[in-house]
Design a protein around this ligand. Structure first.
Ligand code: HDE
Length: 691
């Protein structure tokens, strides 16, 4: 049999990742194309369509080893999904260090600026199942595995810098409350239901995080446009053994941007894979997502100098008080080859550290240090998950751990214990000078108690700080989000408790949503802090037009050369245009120019784009006109930039959207390109009046 070589079907378009980890993974990658089909024992099979039967119409025979192997494997294909963060997507990348952090830490990958460290990042929602929609209101996981020469370091963070609870022992309660209610299995991937809000009202330490999850941060535009936070206070320890407290940040180069709630809900139906598609396609197109690593550092001596406890995971360190120092950059430059092998089997753990990185006594972090290995044991089926290609360190590993399900390593020799004389007491431990991990010698003293520290008891000041820091439209979105979520809560008592609780954060906020949910607005309350942290508002983030998706709505007989010029100009500015029309195929312009249609009105939707550009055409039927008007109205409602040239302008005149912020109607190509690009760069035009 002759196989045809299909060079054009290369598995990964972009293999720009030449890291050590990539080379290691190459050993496990298998290309099945143009090969004979075999059993798992390597036996070539001559038939794969019909089971072995006693006669053409007779029963299947037990002897059919091929059928049994194929079916058994299929029957065992599924593993338990993650109990939280089940829905996620990943990419490979590389981390480069801008400057040595040797003053703070001896971690080699944070010292040597000549080194590039391979990374693997998994983004996720938290509450939804593995097949749930991606644009739900939720925190997002942002977990990074650094494959360093000293072992794997996992920074297992979220896109929100604080958490709902202060002590790990409450995590099962929190998760039970937010997951679908047990008696009816509803709702999927949503916090808008009674048990979640009952938990909030009765565990008021959640106030600050709830402010974040009700804010625009919980409906990100893209994984590429989210900040990441290590959340907990960690320690950096230098070669002299000196320790500093640290918080880790990822700052997206494209800035932190969000969807609007109506749009997010519609995307859940139109494209439940919206975020993974965006990440995957960007990498395939060579638009590699970039995030800068930032650190906030507090000297040990300054631990008590703040009006919050730095061990409390419901508190952030305002950037204006403790500046974020940018120290490096991560670039995601290769898609996964196989979602199960990489995205599903990757096992993160906040306890995967390297010398120079250590823990604080944050009681949430301390509990996480137990949970992550435990969960992998059930999820990945045994203790050898570190041998799976995606989890394997790029440096050698040796110890006396042996056996267990699915063991790959063939450990040679007689000895598997320590101490020994038969192998010269090897593998031997390494001194700190030789790179051996040594826990920070923190002095600890105390009585055994089950208690919350007094210093953890202020639940509202930073929730108020967050509210005070929001711009007008962000405050409005928060009020709308509370109104939506609590509007779905059936228990009147829970709704009342929540209004009462958030009246401690801001009277303006609580009054803003109380009536919408049928609760008497509070008349007194509020926080006495007027402090704000401008860094918390997404109004102060980076703004870029590059990689923004533009729906170009056009029909037959468009203004040929003019249109081509504009589309080329927008592409030069880094915008991604897709031509939308009423049917697939090619559109012909007035002067012989032909353009390929990318999507139809049936297969695409304005909610899937950042901006809309209306070109129109020579003549339009009713269906075209209606669809174009729908694109304009939806984009307008979601504060998106809208552009029009030539025949397209009449649509804007009809829809009364001209003369609004972010609406660009302009026939001159050069002027249109620059004005429209500016409008796209602004992300959304929040001051546009919708009435
Ligand atoms: Fe997690 N978390 N978590 N978490 N978490 C898991 O581990 C847990 C917390 C985070 O893409 C689980 O492998 C406890 C904070 C991410 O594979 C589990 C507590 C933060 C991911 C677990 C927390 C996170 C997880 C489920 C409270 C932000 C996805 C599957 C003490 C700093 C990682 C798994 C991935 C996953 C436990 C709280 C981030 C059960 C007990 C705070 C990004 O081990």
């Amino acid at each position: 049999m002759e196989f045809i070589e299909r060079e054009d079907l290369l598995l990964s378009k972009h293999n720009v990742n030449n890291s050590k980890k990539n080379e290691q993974l190459d050993e496990s990658r298998v290309d099945d194309r143009a090969k004979h089909l075999t059993t798992n024992q390597g036996l070539k099979m001559s038939e794969d369509e019909f089971s072995l039967k006693a006669g053409e119409r007779g029963p299947t025979l037990m002897e059919d080893f091929h059928f049994r192997e194929k079916m058994t494997h299929f029957d065992h294909e599924r593993i338990p999904e993650r109990v939280v963060h089940a829905r996620g997507f990943s990419a490979h990348g590389e981390f480069e260090l801008y400057k040595s952090l040797e003053n703070y830490t001896k971690a080699d990958f944070l010292n040597d600026t000549s080194k590039t460290t391979p990374v693997f990042v998994r983004f996720s929602t938290v509450a939804g199942s593995k097949g749930s929609a991606e644009t739900v209101r939720d925190a997002r996981g942002f977990a990074t595995k650094f494959y360093t020469d000293e072992g794997n370091y996992d920074l297992v963070g979220n896109n929100i810098p604080v958490f709902f609870i202060q002590d790990a022992i409450k995590f099962p309660d929190l998760v039970h409350a937010v997951k679908p209610e047990p008696h009816n299995g509803m709702p999927q991937g949503a916090s808008a239901h009674d048990t979640f809000w009952d938990f909030v009202a009765n565990n008021q330490e959640s106030a600050h995080m709830v402010m974040w999850t009700m804010s625009d941060r919980a409906i990100p535009r893209s994984f590429r446009m989210m900040e990441g936070f290590g959340v907990h206070t960690f320690r950096l320890v230098n070669a002299e053994g000196k320790s500093h407290f640290v918080k880790f940040h990822w700052k997206p180069v494209l800035g932190a941007h969000s969807l609007v709630w109506d749009e997010a809900q519609k995307i859940s139906g139109k494209n439940p894979d919206f975020h993974r598609g965006d990440l995957y396609n960007s990498i395939e197109d060579g638009d590699f997502p970039e995030y800068e690593l930032g650190i906030q550092v507090i000297a040990e001596a300054d631990e008590d100098k703040f009006d919050f406890d730095i061990l409390d995971p419901t508190k952030l360190w305002p950037e204006e008080d403790v500046p974020v120092e940018i120290v490096g950059k991560m670039t995601l430059n290769r898609n996964v080859d196989n979602v199960f092998a990489e995205n599903e089997q990757v096992a993160f753990h906040p306890g995967h550290v390297v010398p120079g990185i250590d823990f604080s006594n944050d009681p949430l972090l301390q509990g996480r240090l137990f949970s992550y290995t435990d969960t992998q044991l059930i999820r990945l089926g045994g203790p050898n998950f570190h041998e799976l290609p995606i989890n394997k360190p790029v440096c050698p590993f040796h110890n006396n751990q042996r056996d267990g399900y699915g063991r790959h390593t063939i450990n040679q020799g007689q000895v598997s214990y320590h101490n020994n004389s038969l192998a010269n007491n090897t593998p031997e431990t390494a001194s700190p000078e030789e790179g051996g991990y040594e826990h920070y010698h923190e002095k600890v003293e105390g009585r055994k108690v089950r208690a919350r520290s007094e210093s953890f008891k202020d639940h509202f000041s930073q929730a108020a700080l967050f509210w005070n820091s929001m711009s007008a439209h962000e405050k409005d979105h928060l009020i709308q989000a509370f109104s939506f979520e609590l509007g779905k809560v059936e228990s009147e008592s829970v709704r009342e408790q929540v209004v009462e609780m958030f009246s401690n954060v801001s009277l303006e906020l609580a009054q803003g949503f109380a009536e919408n949910i049928g609760v008497k607005p509070p008349v007194s309350g509020g926080s006495n802090t007027s402090k704000a942290s401008p860094a918390l508002s997404q109004a102060n983030t980076n703004f870029k037009a590059e990689t923004r998706q533009v729906a170009v709505v056009m029909g037959e007989g468009f203004n040929g050369e003019e249109v081509e010029k504009v589309l080329d100009g927008l592409a030069d500015k880094g915008l991604k245009t897709s031509i939308i029309s009423n049917k697939q195929g090619v559109l012909s312009g007035s002067d012989g120019v032909e353009l390929k249609i990318d999507h139809t009105f049936t297969t695409a939707d304005p909610v899937l784009f950042d901006a809309v550009y209306i070109i129109g055409g020579k003549s339009h039927d009713k269906a075209f006109t209606q669809s174009t008007e729908y694109y304009i109205n939806e984009a307008f409602k979601h504060y998106k930039p809208i552009g029009a040239t030539h025949q397209g302008v009449s649509f804007l005149e009809k829809g009364d959207v001209l003369n609004h912020e972010g609406v660009v109607a302009e026939d001159d190509a050069e002027t249109f390109i620059s004005t429209f690009t500016e409008a796209v760069e602004a992300h959304r035009h929040w001051n546009r009046s919708l009435v």
